[in-house]
Ligand binder design. Structure first.
Ligand code: NAI
Length: 248
């Protein structure tokens, strides 16, 4: 398992959920791991230990991805600590759902800042590093609702559609520098984010999924590993749906 041997990966919002699964999978493939989360509490420290037990270098950084200056300082620190960054996964994300008529300005701004501006912050901070290296793989965590839209999630869907447009634009701007950028659009993935939904809602979702189940964080991590590795060396500007066929 050495698909990512010699590479350094930065995953945002990776103390738990999909980000954690990606960090673990990358580590299992030999990558050294820098990961961020809002705070590095017991959950983050446990994730750090789990990754460490796979025999790679790992360090957790407390960093609000939505904050431009913090993102830049974090990237500077990671480059100091690890010497390079080959893979960036913009994974940090939240929901603040509500119908558009009742959505507050704060609900809108928070989701756009955490889900979309965060990716700009990290890409902006990392571009000079990757340009110097003449290589890099950027992965934006989008969502199927960024493609299809979803009632009650105008802010979230818009942020995820933005993640797709951002990846495509970066792919066009930086392809000549050896930097690739792609998006993953997960469907219904079973994590803390979706645990809040009722059993009824989850059963309804499953009925609409051709593979008849919600996805696991590991399902998404496998796609991320493909995009991070040289297996995808001729893939850029694309969105890979990981949704059990839901958006087909
Ligand atoms: P989660 O809520 O389990 O984990 C998200 C992590 O991001 C948490 O550790 C949280 O502390 C961290 N985070 C939140 N705001 C942050 C900030 N400002 N700075 C740094 N870290 C921050 O969520 P999950 O399900 O693992 O989602 C991960 C990504 O996948 C998100 O971008 C989400 O929108 C996306 N996604 C999830 C789907 C699902 O069904 N679970 C479906 C489609 C996309």
């Amino acid at each position: 398992m050495t698909l990512l041997k010699g590479k350094v990966a930065l995953v945002t919002g990776a103390a738990r959920g999909i980000g954690k699964a990606i960090a673990l999978k990358f580590a299992a493939e030999g990558a050294d791991i820098a990961f961020t989360d809002l705070a590095i509490d017991d959950t983050g420290l446990a994730t750090q230990s789990e990754i460490e037990s796979l025999g790679v270098r790992v360090k957790a950084y407390a960093s609000n991805a939505a904050d431009f200056d913090q993102a830049h300082l974090t990237v500077q620190q990671i480059v100091k600590d690890f010497g390079r960054i080959d893979i960036l996964v913009n994974n940090a994300g939240i929901t603040r759902d509500g119908l558009i008529m009742r959505m507050s300005e704060q609900q809108w701004d928070t989701v756009i800042n955490v889900n979309l501006k965060s990716a700009f912050n990290f890409i902006h901070a990392l571009t000079p590093v990757m340009m110097k290296q003449k290589s890099g793989s950027i992965i934006n965590m989008a969502s199927v609702v960024g493609v299809s839209g979803n009632a009650g999630q105008a802010n979230y869907s818009a942020s995820k559609a933005g993640m797709i447009g951002l990846a495509k634009s970066v792919a066009k701007e930086l392809g000549s520098r050896g930097i690739r950028a792609n998006a993953i659009a997960p469907g219904f993935i079973i994590t803390d984010m979706t645990a809040a939904l009722s059993d009824e809602v989850r059963t309804e979702w499953a009925k609409q999924i051709p593979l008849r189940r919600g996805g696991t964080p590991e399902d998404v991590a496998n796609v991320a590993t493909f995009l991070a590795s040289d297996l995808s060396s001729y893939v850029t500007g694309q969105t890979i749906h990981c949704c059990g066929g839901m958006n087909t």
